[in-house]
Design a protein around this ligand. Structure first.
Ligand code: CIR
Length: 264
């Protein structure tokens, strides 16, 4: 059986220059485009260096946030789902990602309206898929998604995302199949019952969105306490620069769609 983090394939999208005008939850300085492009290239190289076959899609200037491919689709070994992102400016990204998924998946399901769901709100565990309600994912979208997951043989579980946290996974990630790295505001989430919880160090809540790939953890290079904590936990971190892409609210998971293609 393939483990949760044994990805064979990933899809990423090169940012367009329009990414500078991407949606932002808070204020802060604009990203520097050249630095952001370098960060994205380093992210793609990190995935490749871990043995993942990375398909790089061309930029979509009309969609400033289209680099965040994780939000517009869900992918599993047994099929994919086109989502309905909650931000109106992102709705048009779905047809583009659908076209990119078609060559890789025999089954591509589509979330139908009126609800919305963003991939950033969806955390896949070994036994179920957690869907966090947020400003982007509403109850109707989450319930419709539970139905699509069932069609793929997966169990969906709906939970809440604390106010002020953009996406469910802005506040948590899996370190391993039983351990979640989580911001204090999300630590008591009922969906985490039975999981080991490790809290983000004070001041490093933004490190919560990390990405485990095989036996490494991709994590922002500017989170020294979190890097040390993960290393002490026994998983070697792979620090990456994400300062500029982080200014448009990126984490490590949102820049790729990853899956393990069935063997044979
Ligand atoms: C947005 O607000 O949609 C983008 N600027 C950032 C999306 C980040 N995605 C994620 O955390 N899954």
């Amino acid at each position: 059986m393939t483990g949760l983090f044994d990805y064979s394939h990933a899809i990423v999208r090169t940012p367009g220059a329009s990414v500078i005008g991407g949606l932002r939850d808070g204020g802060g300085p604009d990203p520097d485009l050249a630095a952001l492009m370098d960060e994205h290239a380093a992210y793609c190289m990190a995935l490749s260096s871990l043995g993942v076959a990375v398909s790089i899609l061309p930029p979509l200037e009309a969609f400033p946030d289209s680099v965040f491919v994780e939000d517009v689709a869900l992918v599993f070994g047994k099929g994919a789902v086109r989502l309905r992102p909650g931000a109106p400016s992102r709705a048009g990204e779905v047809d583009h990602i659908g076209a990119a998924l078609a060559p890789h998946f025999d089954r591509v399901l589509s979330l139908e309206g009126p609800g919305h769901a963003d991939g950033g709100d969806i955390l896949t565990l070994t036994d179920r898929v957690i869907i966090g309600l947020s400003a982007r994912t509403d109850r109707a979208g989450a319930e419709a998604l539970v139905g699509l997951l069932a069609a793929l043989g997966l169990k969906g579980e709906i939970t809440d995302t604390p106010k002020g946290v953009l996406h469910f996974k802005t506040g948590c990630s899996l370190l391993d199949e039983e351990t979640v790295f989580v911001v204090p505001a999300l630590a008591e989430c009922a969906a985490f019952a039975g999981l080991r919880k490790i809290l983000t160090p004070p001041g490093e809540e933004a490190a919560a969105n990390l990405l485990r790939v095989h036996d490494r953890i991709l994590m922002g290079a500017h989170f020294p306490q979190s890097l040390e904590l993960v290393a002490r936990y026994g998983i070697e971190p792979l620090p990456l620069p994400v300062t500029h892409i982080g200014r448009v609210d990126a984490g490590l998971s949102c820049m790729s769609l990853r899956w393990a293609a069935p063997r044979g």
